[in-house]
Write a protein that binds this ligand. Structure first.
Ligand SMILES: [Zn+2]
Length: 309
């Protein structure tokens, strides 16, 4: 069976992706003395933190001059996050940034709509979100970013600079990272599935090759002290981490693509490639949902390898 966008839309709108990820907040940098309840606001550094809830990890900044939110999960958890932020910040917030169009990162946009001045995303996000909603029959539930950018967008909020950057096709055709510059925290959206088999949205413009290069570049331009926020994380590894986690994800994608390229060269079929049960060197990787397996990753890698020729 082909892995289509329709499958993923069903998956992400049903919340299955999130449901399969138990309490990730308990396992990240938020553990130990910094740990708060699983659904609270976990501060990382300098007014920047995470909210786990259900779906793609929400990032936030609160300082005396304003508030920024990154991604919006689903309506129910968006409401919880908003209430938690209201107790700390003067709303409306300056901006909600969507790291990409998938439902587990944008379905809560409507809840934030009146609580933020602006919703911002890469220029391809509204179009990809509209297409996915059309296929899923959920067009009426969508709230879209009204401000878009091609390569980079930034805003000053008090003494913090928040910069969104697009590096080309990777997890989708419209991903961005969000850098809180003085806090030195980078929200990666779904550009890192920490020790999980990632979704590779080829119909939505994904490129494994581009994704590998992006992770290299992001690791290169930031430093050893940068804290990264991940869209999804294995419960034992968490939704925050370091450059090593970025490069580990790069290595996983590299091995998957090379495995598929070798298979294409050897004249093996996609079915052959799908049979691999565990990627050598990556024993901790898990499926975040029944549909997000190593076989799916290898299918996508095989298709990309065929295209590359
Ligand atoms: Zn995604």
């Amino acid at each position: 069976m082909d892995w289509t966008r329709r499958d993923f839309v069903k998956l992400s709108s049903a919340g299955l992706l999130a449901a399969a990820l138990p309490a990730p907040a308990l396992h990240g940098l938020g553990s130990g003395p910094r740990m708060r309840e699983a659904r609270g606001l976990d501060e990382l550094r300098r007014g920047v933190g995470t909210f786990s809830g259900r779906g793609g990890t929400i990032g936030w900044l609160v300082n005396v001059d304003g508030c920024v939110v990154v991604d919006s999960q689903f309506p129910d958890t968006a409401q919880e996050c908003l209430e938690a932020l209201e107790s700390r910040a003067a709303l409306p917030a300056d901006v909600l940034i969507n790291t990409h169009h998938h439902g587990d990162h944008t379905a809560g946009n409507g809840v934030f709509r009146s609580a933020v001045r602006e919703i911002v995303a890469h220029s391809r996000v509204p179009e990809l979100q509209r297409e996915a909603a059309r296929e899923a029959g959920t067009e009426e539930d969508q709230t879209y970013a009204e401000s878009t950018f091609e390569e980079s967008w930034s805003v000053e909020v008090g003494d913090e600079t928040v910069r969104a950057s697009h590096y080309g096709p990777a997890h989708t055709g419209g991903d961005c990272t969000v850098h809180f510059e003085r806090a030195n925290v980078v929200h990666m959206g779904d550009l890192v599935f920490n020790r999980l088999y990632p979704f590779i949205d080829r119909p939505g413009g994904a490129s494994i090759r581009g994704w590998i290069e992006l992770l290299e570049e992001v690791a290169r331009i930031h430093d050893d002290d940068t804290i990264y926020i991940f869209g999804h994380g294995h419960p034992d590894f968490g939704v925050t981490g370091t450059q090593d986690d970025l490069l580990f994800h790069r290595d996983f994608l590299t091995v998957a693509l090379e495995f598929a390229q070798a298979a294409v060269r050897d004249g093996r079929t996609q079915e052959d490639v799908r049979r691999l049960e565990e990627m050598p060197g990556f024993p901790d990787h898990a499926a975040p949902a029944p549909q997000l397996t190593l076989a799916r990753v290898l299918e996508a890698a095989f298709e990309e390898a065929l295209e590359e020729g």
